[in-house]
Design a protein around this ligand. Structure first.
Ligand code: 0XW
Ligand code: MG
Length: 369
């Protein structure tokens, strides 16, 4: 089975309930890039990449689309059976831009799964569970309101809550953490995410001022060097998110012992085949991690969930999907949904979701054909 045509679509995803606010970026709507790979035999595979604005990390919508213009022509006629060969061709056409390559690579997994009649989780080594935990992520907000939402989500069944801080006074950050802990206690695991927004000094202060509260500190500071300088000065585990820009960064963080765990994003690392390497490195060192993406609809959500099902459950930190912040689904028949804090792993061939006909409108670019 070969790639006959690649179609690219744009899909606007407004953020439900206002802006999604983090320490250094705030977004009100996202423009997701959808890739459809048509094999010309009645089968097509779907991929997606949706950076959360142009500031969260060095990825952006138009960058993904420009990269796809370089990549797609090099893939027409390629055999779908070898994801590695497809990746070799993409690397031969363009350096870097893993977040754009990921959209193609996810579509190839979907197509291959459909052709072989197996779910994507099987292509990734095999599922260990049929239901994965998700987690709820608050936005940077008023302390009392954040605590109220945190308790509501814990009661709904989310086993883990990610509390956003940063980009304001640390007094407010400290108050938020205390109020969330008072409200939620051990009802859910707590993670505090600084999204690169704190100085080393403030990260240490927040840590000390909340010393008795059990939480993991995710990406408190901007660079790997700043995070490395926290080693031995924190009372709690530190996880990396934004700094794991590619597999080399993961390897560096693991081998130098900087990170106690990770918030992984499928597209940032370059797709599912890169993520399984990261997963397996974490297995060797017993490191916990999540399987997320920055944003996106059912396609990226399904990719995250398939991958999540292959991670050792006792080390798994959850699959975050954007469902709580967007309205509607690409696949109205079999959407990927969070129920009581957990997500069922699709068991149909490929990603197990099929976007409704016409849901993305006309393609914005077509290659091959
Ligand atoms: C909670 N997320 C996975 C979704 C947004 O992209 C931010 C992100 C994070 O952990 O930073
Ligand atoms: Mg994070």
């Amino acid at each position: 089975m070969r790639i006959k045509e690649i179609r690219v679509y744009s899909k606007i995803l407004p953020v439900r309930g206002g802006a999604y606010r983090m320490a250094s970026a705030s977004v009100e709507h996202l423009d997701s890039t959808i890739v459809e790979i048509d094999a010309g035999n009645g089968l097509s595979g779907w991929g997606e990449t949706c950076p959360i604005g142009p500031v969260y990390q060095p990825h952006h919508t138009l960058g993904a689309r420009a990269a796809l213009q370089e990549l797609a022509p090099a893939l027409i006629g390629s055999e779908v059976g070898s994801v590695r060969e497809i990746y070799r061709r993409m690397d031969g056409a363009l350096s870097g831009h893993g977040y754009a390559k990921a959209a193609i690579e996810i579509a190839v997994h979907d197509l291959l799964g459909k052709e072989l009649g197996v779910p994507v989780s099987t292509l990734l080594g095999g599922a260990l569970t049929d239901k994965v935990p998700s987690y709820y992520s608050t936005i940077v907000g008023e302390p009392g309101e954040t605590a109220r939402i945190a308790l509501e989500k814990a009661r709904e069944g989310y086993p883990r809550l990610q509390i956003k801080i940063g980009g304001r006074s640390i007094e407010q950050d400290i108050e938020t953490i205390h109020k969330v802990w008072e409200a939620v206690g051990f009802l859910a695991k707590l993670v505090v995410d600084g999204n690169r927004g704190l100085t080393v000094a403030n990260a240490i202060t927040v840590d000390r001022m909340c010393a008795s509260i059990p939480f993991v500190f995710e990406q408190p500071c901007n660079t790997l060097e700043e995070i490395a300088s926290l080693k031995g000065r924190m009372t709690r585990p530190v996880y990396l998110d934004e700094n794991t820009e590619d597999l080399n960064a993961v390897l560096r963080a693991v081998s130098s012992g900087i990170a106690d765990g990770f918030g992984f994003k499928v597209t940032r690392l370059g797709g599912l085949s890169k993520m399984i390497t990261a997963r397996d490195i974490c297995t060797i060192r017993s490191l916990p991690h999540s399987c997320d993406d920055a944003w996106g609809g059912d396609i990226i959500a399904a990719a995250c969930v398939h991958l999540a099902s292959t991670v050792e459950p006792r080390r798994f930190e959850g699959a975050w999907i954007a469902q709580e912040y967007i309205s509607g689904n690409f696949d109205s028949q079999n959407p990927v949904v969070i129920r009581d804090g957990f997500i069922s792993v699709p068991n149909r061939p490929g990603l197990g979701i099929v976007p409704d006909r016409g849901v993305f409108g006309e393609p914005i670019a077509i290659f091959g054909g």
